[in-house]
Unconditional design. Sequence first.
Length: 52
Amino acid sequence: MAKHNKEEVEILGGKATIYTNAYGVWQFRLWLTTDNKFVAEETQWSPLSEHI
């Protein structure tokens, strides 16, 4: 987990991560091996327990 991420949860068998940024906004991150880059999107979720 990066220092600036307050909470981080691996999903999809560890292939993707959802985490809170410094402002408390949940974000989604997935590594695309074929493109050799990350895809990241804000989820607009709060709190996570409502969505799992």
